[in-house]
Design a protein around this ligand. Structure first.
Ligand SMILES: Cc1cc2nc3c(=O)[nH]c(=O)nc-3n(C[C@H](O)[C@H](O)[C@H](O)COP(=O)(O)OP(=O)(O)OC[C@H]3O[C@@H](n4cnc5c(N)ncnc54)[C@H](O)[C@@H]3O)c2cc1C
Length: 297
């Protein structure tokens, strides 16, 4: 189906994009990679009268680090996967390199993904596990919003009208840190059936100092698995400890049965992913180079 007719506006700067959106009001939307918005418009689930295109604004797509890793909002998933920052913080590469297929990865942006706040999106659990900050710019100036306060509900964020995501800032993990993100998918161009992000710091090769564990996809927003984090805090990583984490994840998961699998299948999958992600994160924290990709079943 064709989208409803709309007027197209090409912004040359963020301030221009913001004032255009302020002028045009609720009937206008920003356009980034178009990988969520355009399909919704074609299905007539979204019918904006104006699109303000962000793609021609210079200097909005970058990956750089100085003290923290910083990604411009218009940075494509594929660019993040190939960045030096994702080599330094492997959980970012796990996520970016596994999103959908090459076409979506080369168009879709990190800013568009978090602004969309799709509960099945891959970035939210990863950015929560890494403690990221979202930088925004709006009619009232710049803000830095903790990612934990950014996504309020499914498809709902803390963005004010005409406010833009401009940058995502991810703290560089310290020594003996490791993380992993694993999503289980039926095939590349579909969203995950279950996913998990684990980021931890080890005291030594065996004892976990601190951990963050977030379950993706199975709720309206990513779910923090506090019981799993507590089970790891200050503890030696043994098979029994890993089993505790797995159980904590399965206990908190509240999946619904749908075309991606039954509730029980997804709960079991989340537990299995938790074990694999934790083992991978620990190996990476020990300095091992471990390649991880999304799993297909
Ligand atoms: C076939 C297919 C499969 C997919 N599979 C996955 C998947 O497995 N995992 C996954 O995570 N994603 C998946 N996606 C979505 C993809 O990751 C998109 O990149 C993402 O959802 C939206 O990013 P975008 O840049 O395309 O944003 P757009 O579609 O352009 O915009 C999305 C929304 O965000 C707003 N917006 C965009 N940029 C900004 C900004 N900087 N500030 C404020 N608001 C903004 C827009 O107004 C719009 O409302 C898939 C998409 C397709 C088409």
């Amino acid at each position: 189906m064709y989208p409803r007719a709309f007027a197209y506006h090409r912004a040359k700067s963020y301030p221009e994009a913001i004032s255009l959106l302020s002028e045009l009001g609720d009937e206008a939307k920003f356009l980034a990679g178009g990988q969520s918005l355009i399909p919704l418009m074609k299905l007539r689930l979204s019918a904006p009268r104006h699109l303000v295109d962000l793609n021609f604004i210079p200097g909005t797509s970058y990956s750089r680090s100085n003290g923290t890793a910083r990604f411009g909002a218009m940075t494509r998933h594929a660019e993040i996967a190939a960045s030096a920052e994702a080599t330094r913080i492997p959980i970012l590469r796990d996520c970016a390199a596994g999103i959908a297929d090459p076409q979506v990865r080369h168009m879709g942006t990190i800013g568009g993904s978090i602004a969309e706040a799709d509960p099945t999106g891959d970035w939210a659990p990863v950015l929560l596990a890494t403690g990221a900050t979202v930088k925004t710019l709006g009619p009232n100036g710049e803000r830095g919003i903790d990612i934990a306060d950014f996504t309020l509900d499914a498809y709902t964020t803390a963005l004010q009208p005409a406010e833009l995501v401009i940058e995502i800032e991810v703290p560089l993990p310290g020594e003996r840190s490791g993380g992993a993100y694993i999503a289980l998918k039926r095939c590349a161009p579909v969203y995950a059936s279950a996913s998990i992000a684990v980021q931890l710091a080890m005291h030594d090769d065996h004892t976990c100092q601190d951990a963050r564990v977030y379950l993706g996809v199975l709720g309206l927003t990513a779910t923090r698995v506090t019981a799993a984090e507590e089970a790891l805090h200050g503890q030696e990583i043994t098979p029994r400890r890993i089993q505790k984490v797995r159980q904590a994840v399965m206990d908190i998961a509240e999946p619904a049965s749908d075309m991606r699998g039954s509730a029980d299948y997804k709960r079991q999958a989340a537990g299995a992913l938790a074990k694999l992600a934790l083992e991978t994160a620990v190996r990476r924290a020990r300095g091992e180079r471990v390649e991880m990709t999304h799993l297909y079943a």
